[in-house]
Design a protein around this ligand. Structure first.
Ligand SMILES: Cc1cc2nc3c(=O)[nH]c(=O)nc-3n(C[C@H](O)[C@H](O)[C@H](O)COP(=O)(O)OP(=O)(O)OC[C@H]3O[C@@H](n4cnc5c(N)ncnc54)[C@H](O)[C@@H]3O)c2cc1C
Length: 412
């Protein structure tokens, strides 16, 4: 039996596994698909240190009619999912007051401020430092008014020390000559980085974990067996029962049923995103470009150009609606004249979202040997290494180096 068993081999589970190994624990990951699958597979790949302002904020409620009516909009609620997801959406909107958003952004910043240093240390140890590269991000807009209307977010980021500068259309094109179409201005985000490809990085971290004696078992956890105030064993889809000494639940957007087995009602939603990934785009971008009007990002990666983003509320495990991925490709071509979309691959994956936009990192409320790390929303890759380090601190009984009170799993 390993010292620690982790459910989920996404970026959070993998980084946690590596941090636990650093402390001398033997670790087993149980992953039903492949390490670095799930949301970790296909995201935008940004180390988004300044992406700390939650999605629900003052003015968000006014946008609801658009979410229901425009299937090509940056955020779409599938009509069939509306009834089921309405309680979550209302809870999500209720966290959007100026006071709560300001507070939540401050809490998230206590985590993202460590992201780069934590990844540097981890990737250096794994011998894959080149998987994280400095990349000032660029946000582009059709109009200055599109930039101005999000003044609240800009000011909040600035107040927390995440700097940006406004750029004219000419300055945007100086940085990124390939951009064209309706783009008329932009904003440059200082101190951001990007991953060369998040899935490949996760695979490399998994290989490093195994090379250090870690076990990855490909299996689905169906049931968690408790004995008093401890978890005793996991029951796998194949009928196998495995004993556990300590357990970490890091199953991303699929954590909810597992948490239910631990007596925790977590309001965790899966907000789907899509990508269209082009192996040979025929145009070059020097950095990730966030297209604000489209609600997606174009990230140059070691495997090609990834066009990824948008949010779809569609309930748990929906069938993909790949017309949204095609829409991303079409809109990207509108600002990148000459973009060659041939050979593009399509993907859908779920952001694990709690209503207040903060992750859950902490001990399970009812089980002394269980630790939780889920709900990392739109910045789960950014927070992977830091979350892993914090969970390892909890497992070791050390005082966590970040105040984890705002991220208590039982706060809802
Ligand atoms: C379009 C899009 C763009 C994004 N862009 C960014 C970005 O630029 N920067 C950033 O920081 N974040 C980004 N994110 C968010 C980020 O991808 C997620 O927050 C992050 O990947 C979550 O990691 P995780 O390990 O918690 O979950 P996942 O990566 O989803 O991993 C969970 C794993 O658990 C496994 N699992 C689930 N249930 C079980 C079970 N019962 N038994 C066994 N295994 C199980 C799954 O198979 C899966 O592999 C983006 C997300 C999307 C969708």
């Amino acid at each position: 039996m390993s010292d620690v068993t982790i459910i989920g081999g996404g970026i959070v589970g993998l980084c946690t596994a590596l941090a636990l190994q650093d402390d001398g624990h033997s670790v087993e990951i149980i992953e039903r698909d492949q390490p670095g699958g799930g949301a970790t597979f296909g995201n935008c790949g940004l180390l988004a240190v300044g992406e700390v302002v939650p999605l629900a904020k003052p003015g968000t409620a006014r946008k609801i009619p658009g979410w229901l009516l425009d299937p090509e909009g940056p955020l779409f609620v599938r009509p069939r999912a509306l009834l089921r997801e309405l309680p979550w959406l209302l809870r999500f909107l209720s966290t959007g007051s100026r006071r709560r958003v300001t507070e939540a952004a401050g809490f998230l910043a206590t985590l993202t401020r460590h992201a780069e240093a934590d990844y540097r240390a981890l990737l250096d140890r794994a011998g894959i430092a080149g998987n994280l590269v400095p990349a000032e991000n660029l946000i582009v807009f059709h109009d200055r008014a599109d930039y101005e209307k999000d003044r609240f977010t800009w000011e909040l980021r600035e107040a927390l020390g995440f700097r940006h500068s406004f750029l004219s259309g000419e300055e945007v094109r100086e940085l990124e000559p390939a951009l064209g179409g309706p783009v008329s201005c932009g904003a440059r985000l200082k101190g951001w980085h990007q991953f060369s490809d998040p899935h490949l990085m996760a695979r490399r971290l998994a290989a490093f974990f195994q090379a250090r004696g870690g076990i990855i078992r490909i299996a689905e956890v169906r049931h968690i067996e408790s004995a008093g105030d401890r978890v005793a064993a996991l029951h796998l889809a194949g009928g196998e029962r495995i004993d556990v000494r300590r357990l970490v639940v890091a199953a991303g957007a699929w954590s909810r049923p597992l948490l239910g087995e631990l007596g925790l009602k977590a309001p965790l939603a899966a907000l789907q995103g899509y990508h269209y990934h082009v192996p040979a785009p025929g145009v070059a971008l020097g950095r990730p470009v966030l297209y604000a009007n489209g609600g997606f990002v174009l990230t140059p990666m070691e495997t090609g150009l990834r066009i990824a983003g948008t949010i779809e509320v569609a309930g748990p495990d929906p069938a993909p609606n790949f017309s949204r991925a095609h829409m991303l490709a079409r809109k990207a071509a509108g600002i990148l004249p000459g973009l060659d979309l041939s050979g593009g691959t399509l993907w859908m994956g779920p952001r694990p979202f709690l209503p207040d936009g903060l992750p859950a990192i902490g001990r399970a409320p009812r089980h002394a040997n269980v630790f939780l790390a889920y709900g990392h929303g739109q910045i789960g890759v950014t927070l992977g290494a830091t979350t892993g380090r914090l969970v390892a601190e909890l497992v070791a009984g050390r005082e966590p180096s970040v105040d984890l009170a705002p991220f208590r799993p039982e706060r809802f």
